[in-house]
Write a protein that binds this ligand. Structure first.
Ligand code: ZN
Ligand code: ZN
Length: 514
């Protein structure tokens, strides 16, 4: 158009900017911006909004902010673009301050802010904002609902999940395929396979994502045999599995110790479906072999992989070495991980557990020293319980909860009762340099124990207690929960970083392999 001698007007430029924004083409967008400046074109509100949107979408928030500051009056489109841009870069507080300054917020603005929270690991805020949105009479659409469901899944709180489910049904979203798929994932992650399965069974239409979500849900709960059966049914119905389906399946086999089934599934992947295994699939297989103590098979697989094994693959081997007290292989795996990722906290922790188990205290000290010199810090443990529509959060050794005093009293009482039943704190799980007594105290203050204590004082006799946790459950908490389920006659369901533990009458559904 420029070549034909015609001069583009602001409307055309805004349209081209919107194309740049949608494709994330910052270079072209900047060129248009320069063109506008060179030709001394009058920049009206619409053109300025297009520029702000382009810069925010392309992640250039500094430039976007400068232009936004010069926009007067502000309009919802420009403000929403700012919210969206900040949220995408995880600058969630900045997103919120723009959002709060908006006089009239439409659905797009609410949605941008809610998904911002959901995707930056602040699920509780996402749900809270969804409630506020309803109070201001804005009706959600499919996109908003998907963010809300995903937030709820991350939170792992069953109460909220039920509430969201009811909302979905009452507002006609239960006919949307993607919403139902997300619901299956949410209920699996919130600890209710029964409801996930019910939704699955009642869906009028299912796609590969539906089947994969259900298989992965079963895997998370250690229901390997059912997952395989569902896979067979999926094939019978003519639905073609994809790579994600196979991750779920292999994961199911490794979490249930189904070695032969796992091998069959792994082979069938390339032979029957022409899908080449990737890192995650190999990681699952190494995990499967490792748990079953088949170290030779694990190493053979690693050596035969057509690509360099990554941190996940070595990590699976390292966990298996910790489980079976395999020192030398564990050292090798940890070394490979630390070569690739020198700040990998998990590798240090597992390696030092392996040394501690073998009584090699000098090596334990060595690991601690290198952690300190690398400034590696373990992510702080955090657990949640959802109760009567509210989420209670507990950080390790923290006393911020309004009922803190009662929680700590109950914890002391629990420890006494459990010690009478044969429990003694496993201080090998503590990595910091502390005196014996302090180590004992530290391990007793892990966030899930605080959450359990709160669960016991705030729910009725015999009620199940559901806890979600950000890290992997440590050995001490695992035996603590098992015993507590028996002594206090409660079913305790804990979702950790990777899986579910259903503690009932002194045993855990994971069979102590996790
Ligand atoms: Zn613990
Ligand atoms: Zn367990």
């Amino acid at each position: 158009m420029k070549g034909s001698g015609l001069t583009p007007d602001p409307v055309i430029l805004a349209t081209v900017l919107s194309a740049c924004s949608r494709t994330g083409n910052l270079c072209f967008g900047q060129a248009i911006h320069s063109y506008i400046a060179e030709t001394n074109l009058q920049i009206d509100g619409r053109l300025l909004t297009a520029l702000i949107t382009m810069y925010s979408n392309c992640g250039s928030m500094e430039t976007a902010k400068k232009l936004y500051d010069g926009l007067s009056p502000k309009n919802p489109a420009a403000s929403t673009a700012m919210v969206f841009g900040y949220a995408k870069l995880n600058q969630i507080e900045l997103a919120r301050s723009v959002f709060d300054s908006m006089a009239d917020k439409d659905l797009v603005a609410w949605s941008a802010m809610i998904s911002g929270y959901a995707e930056s690991d602040r699920p509780a805020e996402a749900l809270k904002l969804f409630n506020e949105m309803q109070l201001s009479n804005v009706r959600p659409d499919k996109i908003t609902m998907l963010s809300v469901i995903s937030a709820c899944a991350n939170l792992g709180a069953l109460d909220q999940a039920h509430w969201v489910h009811t909302y979905v049904s009452n507002n006609g979203f239960n006919r949307v395929l993607s919403v139902n798929n997300a619901l299956i994932d949410m209920f699996s992650k919130c600890g209710s396979l029964t409801i996930a399965r019910k939704i699955f069974n009642e869906m009028p239409e299912r796609n590969v994502i539906t089947w994969t979500a259900m298989i992965t849900g079963l895997a998370m709960h250690g229901e390997g045999t059912t997952a395989i059966a569902l896979f067979d049914q999926m094939k019978l119905e003519g639905v073609r599995p994809n790579k994600v389906t196979f991750i779920g399946l292999l994961y199911a086999c490794s979490h249930s110790g189904l070695v032969e089934e796992g091998q069959r599934v792994f082979e069938s992947m390339s032979v029957d479906f022409g899908l080449e295994p990737e890192q995650q699939h190999c990681g699952c297989m190494v995990d499967l072999f490792g748990r079953a103590k088949l170290f030779k098979e694990a190493i053979d697989l690693i050596n035969s992989m057509p690509f360099q094994p990554n941190v996940v693959v070595w990590g699976s081997l390292l966990s298996a070495c910790r489980l079976h007290g395999e020192v030398e292989l564990g050292e090798l795996a940890a070394k490979r991980i630390l070569e690739m990722d020198p700040g990998h906290d998990g590798a240090y922790v597992l390696l030092s557990n392996i040394y501690a188990k073998a009584g090699r205290w000098r090596d334990v000290g060595e690991v601690r020293r290198s952690m300190r010199s690398q400034a590696v810090w373990k992510e702080r443990g955090c657990s949640w319980i959802g109760l009567d529509g509210e989420v209670h959060e507990f950080l390790m050794a923290e006393e911020l909860h309004p009922r803190s005093k009662e929680i700590y009293e109950k914890l002391d009482e629990m420890v006494k009762k459990l010690e009478d039943a044969g429990y003694s704190p496993h201080i090998g799980s503590v990595l910091v340099d502390l005196e014996e007594e302090e180590k004992r105290r530290a391990v007793l203050l892990h966030s899930e124990k605080l959450a359990l204590s709160f669960g016991l004082i705030s729910t009725g006799k015999g009620a199940s207690i559901r806890i979600a946790k950000n890290l992997r459950v440590c050995e001490d908490c695992h035996s603590f929960m098992k015993l507590a389920s028996k002594v206090f006659e409660r079913e305790i369901i804990v979702r950790d970083r990777t899986r579910f533990h259903h503690y009932r009458n002194g045993v855990c559904s994971c069979g102590d392999f996790w």
